[in-house]
Design a protein around this ligand. Structure first.
Ligand SMILES: NC(=O)c1ccc[n+]([C@@H]2O[C@H](COP(=O)([O-])OP(=O)(O)OC[C@H]3O[C@@H](n4cnc5c(N)ncnc54)[C@H](O)[C@@H]3O)[C@@H](O)[C@H]2O)c1
Length: 366
């Protein structure tokens, strides 16, 4: 290949992988779940791109939480509401008149889904149903990205890399609620929303600064290490695809943007890291501990607690070929960025400035 051809190819690839700032500037966007970890990062990213962002979610439940510490409510139009409340959700969508909808709102924790399966099913499945119903009569909408998870597959834990065409399943109530949402979205896409782009996004475990959820690996580690307690790891050998939170968020933006011109791109997509970055919990923690600088960890010998998948690999060829989406930060860099964020925050740095710096660094990596 001539040098100018490879340069041209690189430029084309770069244009494919970054969200288009011209597209997002001034764009009316509805984002559910904007008070959560991914939602707060998404609100900051969209505001960074100049979009008009309107969020709808329950109030944050952790202390601290990224939504509050990064003052997200000052960046966007934020409404506190429940996706199970049909009247309030409809009124919000009518008021906002969005062109793009991102649906993040969900009870997002596997363990909590064992504690309260009804809350999980109603928030995740019925909440998605309510949003799709509201979208039927909302003529402003051009594309919708419904966030599910990589846990939607019937996981036999054989090491197989799941493709979008593989069987759906769901052992625990969280996974089942998301797999059911996949089928629901497929039905609405075919029966009622053919005129717009409607996609589901199946991403793996994400890490990044500012997640303070219970029962998640990096937040648990930071909580333990900063207070000089030993981190107890209950499934050290569980293998999952890990990525920095900005990877799937940029993928969702590119997907929503592309579906505006090509509704036929509306389908299910896996988003995840390169195969080498599907690693064990033990490897993630060992790297995180080095990056954090200190902290003791106790790796359990026996697996305790309710069933959770121990082995999960995702095949991301479809997102790469259809959308040009490739992972940008390898796992080591994603862990370093995350732990630097937490260390700086704990030393008194401003949460929003830390997110902005990561966003600029990420977009400049393309
Ligand atoms: N964090 C991950 O590793 C990961 C991996 C795969 C998929 N996901 C999915 O990404 C999305 C965001 O996850 P997250 O990590 O930010 O979770 P999170 O728990 O931090 O945030 C969840 C958000 O949903 C909102 N919410 C929950 N129930 C609601 C209800 N009934 N009505 C309105 N809002 C409600 C919460 O208020 C919050 O804003 C979820 O759909 C989750 O299933 C997350």
């Amino acid at each position: 290949m001539a040098k100018w051809e490879s340069t041209l190819e690189m430029l084309v690839n770069a244009a494919l992988v970054n969200p288009d700032p011209h597209f997002w500037r001034g764009r009316r966007v509805a984002l559910t779940g904007h008070t959560g970890f991914k939602g707060s990062w998404m609100a900051i990213l969209l505001a960074h791109l100049g979009a008009q962002v309107h969020g709808y979610a329950l109030a944050p439940t952790t202390t601290p939480d990224l939504f509050t510490s990064a003052k997200v409510a000052e960046l966007i139009d934020s409404e506190i509401g429940d996706v199970r409340d049909v009247a309030a959700l409809n009124a919000w969508l009518k008021r906002v008149q969005p062109e793009i909808v991102f649906h993040f709102a969900a009870q997002a924790l596997v363990r909590q889904s064992y504690v309260d399966p009804v809350e999980t099913m109603t928030s995740n499945f019925v909440g998605t149903l309510n949003l799709l119903e509201a979208a039927r009569t909302q003529t402003s909408i051009k594309s919708m990205v419904i966030v599910t998870t990589d846990k939607v597959y019937k996981n036999n834990e054989t090491g197989h890399s799941y493709r979008e065409s593989d069987h759906l399943g769901g052992h625990d109530p969280y996974s089942a609620s998301k797999a059911a949402s996949e089928i629901l979205v497929g039905s609405y896409r075919q029966c009622f929303l053919q005129h717009i782009g409607v996609a589901t996004a199946r991403a793996g475990n994400v890490i990044g600064g500012g997640d303070w959820s219970a029962d998640r690996l990096i937040p648990d580690a930071v909580r333990a290490w900063k207070s000089n307690q030993t981190l107890d790891i209950r499934r050290p050998d569980a293998v999952r695809p890990w990525q920095h939170v900005l990877e799937p968020l940029c993928a969702y933006l590119i997907l929503a943007q592309r579906m505006c011109g090509q509704t036929e791109l509306g389908q299910a997509y896996n988003f995840g890291p390169d195969a080498a970055d599907a690693v064990s919990v033990r490897e993630v923690i060992e790297h995180a501990q080095k990056a954090f600088g200190y902290g003791a960890t106790d790796f359990a010998e026996l697996i305790e607690g309710p069933h959770e998948a121990n082995l999960l690999h995702l095949n991301t060829a479809l997102a790469q070929t259809q959308l040009g989406i490739r992972p940008r930060w390898q796992l080591a860099q994603a862990i370093n960025k995350s732990m630097q964020w937490y260390k700086a925050y704990l030393d008194g740095a401003d949460a929003l400035a830390l997110c902005e710096a990561d966003i600029e660094s990420y977009l400049a990596t393309a």
